[in-house]
Design a protein around this ligand. Structure first.
Ligand SMILES: [Mg+2]
Length: 398
């Protein structure tokens, strides 16, 4: 980033969102450790976090860490209402609002100085307005890049405001632990720590090539850029990709696959692509299966749903139906590649919040968080596989 760049990107993130809504609505919960969700922790108040309670932790573990915690059942409709109200404040604050999830967004306030004051003035007002109109605490980070604004809000939490002045980005960033870099989970962090690399500054001192040998090419490139605060992404609500897909080559040696084998591959593909869909804040409408046969010919089968979704179960049910219908063709011609594409993508933050605020979606988010933290293989879907994965995550009621 050039030192002359202006810090106009705000990252606004509600603090302990679900738990804060509960404390707002029941004064007996204020100042107390509150856990939302019994089977799995969906949210924990800062009083509970102080005991080490974290989102996506099992409820049993959380209660061991914090026996005095008050456990409350989630109230999705209350969170949905609060989220919509907060987004109205965002929309009233800045012309460019890019939703990241139900409780956080990027706002770009460039060009607003004359009418609305400095980015810091705007952030102060945003926090006051969220408190006044919605009754919730929110933290705001301000910086020249999206990545750094998100780091700043994480450092400033809870109930804080932090501006990283232009020209001081690296001085701010480099002393921080590597875990602060976007995309560094425990797996990557431990690979780095094994080599004595604990701070962002140490990452910045490595060449991209050396970093790639430690953590892989894509991750190496990504972290190298972030450690130097290179993040050219603009805040946008414009049109983005219309589809996303993933596939798996099955090899030519054994094209006669059973339905059960293909179903297992399909579950893995759906799990991966649905995660990417949710991570990108998108919803899909059309599901397409792609097949390549032993003679290298190809075919697709697709289905368009009545409503947009980012729900793993819905996507899997549709994909499974398409696979079932294609089995005669597969048995006849032999299959060498199975792929899935999600199409008719839309941003979910265009008045679509209620769609992701159903309990199944909350479960999906928790599973995503578990895997972000512990790696993709840490958990499999017992409900989908019909087996005990060792770590049991109860399905939330529909
Ligand atoms: Mg938050």
């Amino acid at each position: 980033m050039f030192a002359s760049a202006k810090a106009t990107i705000l990252h606004a993130d509600l603090d302990a969102f679900f738990a804060s809504v509960e404390q707002r609505d029941d004064r007996r919960l204020r100042g107390r450790p509150v856990i939302v969700g019994g089977g799995v922790v969906l949210a924990a108040s800062y009083e509970a976090k102080a005991y080490g309670v974290k989102t996506a932790m099992s409820g049993a573990r959380a209660r061991r860490l914090c026996p005095d915690a008050i456990v409350v059942a989630p109230r999705m409709s209350a969170y949905s209402e609060a989220s919509k109200a907060v987004y109205r404040v965002f929309e009233d604050t800045a012309p460019f609002v890019e939703g990241l999830s139900i409780d956080e967004a990027f706002l770009d306030v460039r060009g607003m100085r004359r009418i609305a004051g400095s980015p810091r003035d705007i952030a102060v007002r945003l926090r006051t307005e969220v408190r006044r109109r919605v009754g919730l605490p929110i933290t705001v980070g301000i910086a020249t890049t999206k990545f750094l604004a998100k780091v700043a809000s994480a450092v400033a939490k809870p109930n804080g405001l932090l501006l990283v002045p232009p020209g001081t980005e690296l001085a701010f960033l480099h002393p921080l632990p590597v875990e602060r870099l976007w995309g560094v989970g425990p797996v990557t962090a431990s690979k780095l720590r094994d080599r004595g690399i604990t701070t962002v500054g140490q990452v910045a001192d490595l060449s991209e090539e050396l970093l790639a040998t430690m953590i892989g090419r894509a991750a190496g490139r990504h972290l190298h850029a972030l450690a130097h605060n290179r993040d050219p992404r603009r805040v946008t609500r414009g049109v983005r990709r219309r589809s996303m897909g993933t596939q798996r080559a099955l090899g030519f040696r054994r094209p006669n696959r059973t339905f059960a084998e293909l179903e297992e591959t399909l579950i893995a593909l759906v799990d991966r692509i649905a995660r990417r869909l949710r991570a990108a804040g998108r919803l899909c409408r059309t599901i397409t299966l792609r097949f390549r046969f032993a003679d290298s010919s190809r075919a697709t089968r697709s289905q368009t749903l009545p409503a947009k979704t980012a729900d793993t179960r819905t996507i899997l049910a549709t994909a499974r139906g398409l696979l079932t219908a294609a089995m005669p063709m597969i048995e006849r011609d032999g299959i060498t590649l199975l792929g899935i594409t999600l199409g008719n993508l839309e941003n979910e933050f265009a008045g679509q919040l209620e769609l992701q605020l159903n309990p199944q979606r909350a479960l999906d988010s928790v599973l995503d968080a578990v895997r972000d933290r512990y790696g993709s293989d840490s958990i499999t879907r017992a409900v989908l596989l019909g087996r005990d994965p060792g770590l049991s995550i109860p399905l939330l009621p529909d």
